[in-house]
Design a protein around this ligand. Structure first.
Ligand code: PLP
Length: 449
């Protein structure tokens, strides 16, 4: 579809864009106008083809514009364009997705509730935690502990869980009953310790907070196995197993927000498998449908799921489009593509090793302080001084500058803030495209120096 002048003017004047500077949009300073996308490429209004090295927002894992996805979605729309799974109803698409997920997911993922976004799914997870503890006769266990730098979404509750400070003041957040502990960000919090000791210290912050709030009041801890938006903070191996032990010690439910890590980003189907732990509740979105249709899910282990799914009372929670038949068909086809093409194995065995080899080659670059991540996801921590680990002055926008210069060479990377540049290429990226990504990134780094 071509963009008309009048539509662009309407967008400029009447569209309040998320995570944008409204005044810049009003002045027509759009960063990019994308008209089409295919494979790993976005094609903009000036006809430029850029490799999308961040898979949209860490979601388009199977690549853009796939014919078989279009066919599947069209067929589902023709057959059953809507049907609510409310009031004890179901349909072939929704049921087939549940069957597929049940077969695919590890033993701690047993019961599924569906929503349309990561934000809704995280809100749902916390509501289910509250209800679970009430059913257990512990209604006071309502407090949730999250982490600084976390990104869990933008609804009132999920934005409260989010630990990126700029997301709070405009909306008087966080709401009561949510607190944050330090992120397992060794670059900032762990200069004095080796990785493994730092992981234990970062996990200790959870125990300290549980004891501060009172274990009888803490219902859950939530974290992304590897943070994405939050500077790609990635904990050392000692962190998650210790978090699991602490949650068990104080009878606190562990929620893994796998909105980004779920469905292969780490080279395992789920980030918990990569980091070696099992959550009680897992939150999925993005990669479940590669964002061809908005689909998200909250997955409960047997302990929580059996309690909730055998309760005789009505569940007073749900969304019009929960497990939408077209969404279910989309997710099913996406999962089938991941399986048929062995894309998760491709990430693990082929792409990730090459990706990290190329990342390692950037470590000596004067701007690069640290490289964090797992599988096919990484963040480059830029620094003004490697020895003192110093940040650039507030507002320098160094990561945006690197992203801008990288784009000059036809590759889209993401400025994550905190002087960090993020990379999350699609799972179908070829070796040649991977080389192009890194040659453009090196150009971006050199120019920003
Ligand atoms: N959780 C994580 C880890 C995310 O990265 C995101 C979005 O980027 C969300 C939750 C929120 O998802 P949504 O934007 O679909 O509401």
């Amino acid at each position: 579809m071509k963009l008309s002048r009048s539509a662009l003017a309407a967008d400029q004047t009447h569209h309040i864009h998320p995570f944008s500077y409204p005044a810049a949009v009003r002045e027509g300073r759009f960063r990019r106008i994308v008209e089409r996308a295919e494979g790993v490429y976005q094609i903009d209004s000036e006809g430029r083809r850029s490799i999308d090295a961040v898979s949209g927002l860490g979601c388009v894992n199977i690549g853009y514009g796939r014919e078989e996805m279009a066919d599947t979605i069209a067929e589902a729309v023709r057959t059953l364009s809507f049907h609510p799974v409310f009031w004890e109803c179901t349909n072939p698409y929704s049921a087939a997705l549940v069957e597929k997920l049940d077969q695919l997911t590890p033993a701690n993922m047993q019961h599924f509730f569906f929503a349309n976004s990561g934000s809704e799914a995280n809100d749902t997870a916390i509501k289910l935690v509250r209800w679970y503890w009430k059913l257990q006769g512990k209604p006071q266990k309502q407090h949730v502990i999250s982490r600084d730098m976390a990104y869990h979404g933008m609804n009132l509750l999920s934005a409260s869980l989010t630990g990126l400070q700029p997301c709070h003041p405009q909306f008087s957040l966080p709401i009561a009953g949510v607190s944050h502990i330090m992120a397992p960000w060794s670059w900032v919090n762990g200069a004095d310790l080796d990785d493994e000791d730092f992981g234990l210290r970062a996990a200790q912050a959870l125990e300290d907070e549980i004891l501060r709030v009172g274990p009888e009041r803490v219902g859950a801890f939530i974290g992304e196995p590897m943070q994405a938006t939050g500077a790609c903070v990635t904990p050392p191996a000692s962190y998650w197993p210790e978090i699991r032990r602490i949650c068990d010690r104080y009878d606190v439910l562990l929620i893994a927000d796998e909105v980004v890590t779920g469905f292969g980003r780490t080279g395992q189907w789920f980030g918990q498998q990569y980091f070696g732990f099992e959550a009680d509740i897992t939150v999925l979105a993005k990669g479940i449908s590669s964002a061809y249709f908005p689909v998200s899910a909250v997955v409960l282990n047997t302990r929580v799921g059996e309690t909730l799914s055998t309760n005789p009372e009505e569940l007073y929670h749900g969304y019009t489009c929960s497990c939408h038949p077209v969404g279910a068909a989309t997710a099913l086809k996406n999962i089938q593509i991941l399986q048929d093409e062995g894309l998760v194995e491709r990430v693990r065995d082929h792409l990730a090793p090459r990706f990290w080899q190329r990342l390692e080659a950037l470590r000596e670059h004067p701007l690069v302080g640290e490289i964090r991540g797992a599988g096919l996801g990484a963040g480059l921590q830029l620094t003004a001084d490697k020895a003192s680990r110093s940040f650039f002055p507030e507002g320098s926008g160094i990561d945006a500058l690197v992203a801008r210069y990288t784009w000059d060479k036809g590759v889209i990377v993401r400025d994550l803030g905190a002087d960090t540049v993020g990379l999350m290429p699609p799972f179908i990226t070829s070796d040649d495209e991977l080389d192009q990504i890194f040659s453009a990134l090196r150009h971006g780094l050199d120019r920003a120096l």
